[in-house]
Design a protein around this ligand. Structure first.
Ligand code: A2P
Length: 320
């Protein structure tokens, strides 16, 4: 049975469950682990799975869906166009559908605004295929019935403004890193005004991969709120995400945590404002993912932070 959680209505009119299973398991794709994780999730009531061409596991996700016994039409399935396919959108979608073994996806996202060459070299900002050109090709997919909605990922306000000037279809969603250390209020307000639902990737801050600095799951306020609700810090972070109107897609391969992550709490107004303010504590306002800070040349996938529209301060801290 589907879990009792809210759904958000996309600008297409379709519903998107507010909690999904995120399927990034690193460059290996995760193999049988991702298959088992998706099966467990579907058994425990998840009806939303988020993968990507670049997660290297679409076959396993598709197999899990087929073998779960849950009808395809009850599952909200997202996949994403990789950077090196920006100039062959229809072909890339078909490759993803073939790997997934499905006729359509509920949501197809441009994974990053940057395009790469076929041999994976970043194409400079403004050179063809631009993200606007790629978006126009994605718009054409809607007529094919192979995608129910299209959206973007990793788009800043700055890039959305460029896109929306040229777009015929407003993206249904924008999937970005979001959690209490990176609440991105400005982007959220902008997307709300435009009718774009934000999806939070790494809503738990990818705690195992982080480099040892304190993350929000061990913050004293988060732990206190969790205790008050007889729940875990992870549930607090995810419930905050959904209650503020964003979709969350936590990854877990652990059955206990898979269950926890779709068991949402009813946070009080005071809890919500404490969590909204958490990033203001010293050192807490930052991205927790490497591509926001690992580039020595001050670039992310070949573009300057200014071109991407990210407000970077040294060390991966985001100032606004
Ligand atoms: P595991 O798969 O062993 O549960 P994110 O989705 O933010 O990138 O985070 C994913 C990471 O968080 C994974 O390492 C996952 O480990 C861990 N994780 C998933 N759910 C929880 C939870 N409820 N509490 C703590 N850690 C979690």
């Amino acid at each position: 049975m589907a879990a009792d959680i809210p759904s958000f209505t996309l600008n297409t009119g379709n519903k998107m469950p507010s909690v999904g299973m995120g399927c990034w398991l690193g460059p290996s794709g995760g193999g049988d682990v991702v298959e088992q994780m998706c099966k467990t999730a579907l058994e425990l009531g998840y009806r939303h799975i988020d993968t990507a061409y670049g997660y290297f596991n679409e076959e396993k996700v598709g197999k899990a869906i087929r073998e779960s016994g849950v009808p395809r039409c009850e599952i909200f399935l997202t996949t994403k166009l990789p950077n090196h396919h920006h100039d062959r959108v229809a072909e890339s979608l078909q490759e993803s559908l073939d790997k997934l073994g499905v006729d359509y996806v509920d949501l197809y996202l441009m994974h990053w605004p940057m395009a790469y060459t076929a041999d994976n070299k970043p194409i400079p900002y403004g050179q063809s295929p631009t993200f606007v050109e790629t978006w126009k090709d994605m718009e054409s997919l809607l007529e094919t019935g192979k995608v129910r909605a299209i959206g973007v990922s990793n788009f800043s306000v700055k890039l959305l403004e460029v896109l929306l000037k040229e777009a015929s279809v407003v993206p249904a969603t924008n999937q970005v890193e979001l959690h209490p250390c990176l609440p991105s209020f400005e982007l959220k307000k902008y997307c709300e005004e435009k009718g774009i639902i934000l999806t939070a990737y790494s809503p738990l801050g990818r705690p195992k991969e982080y480099d040892g600095k304190p993350v929000f799951l061990t913050d004293e306020d988060v732990v206190r709120i969790a205790k008050a609700h007889n729940a875990t810090p992870g549930q607090v972070a995810l419930s905050w995400g959904v209650q503020r109107g964003t979709v969350v897609i936590p990854k877990s391969e652990n059955p206990e945590r898979i269950k926890q992550n779709i068991t949402l709490l009813k946070l009080t107004d005071e809890d919500m404002s404490t969590l909204d303010e958490l990033h203001k504590k010293p050192g807490m306002h930052r991205s927790l993912l490497r591509y926001h800070s690992y580039s020595d040349d001050g670039k992310v996938f070949g573009w300057t932070y200014e071109q991407v529209g990210w407000n970077m301060v040294k060390g991966g801290i985001i100032a606004t």
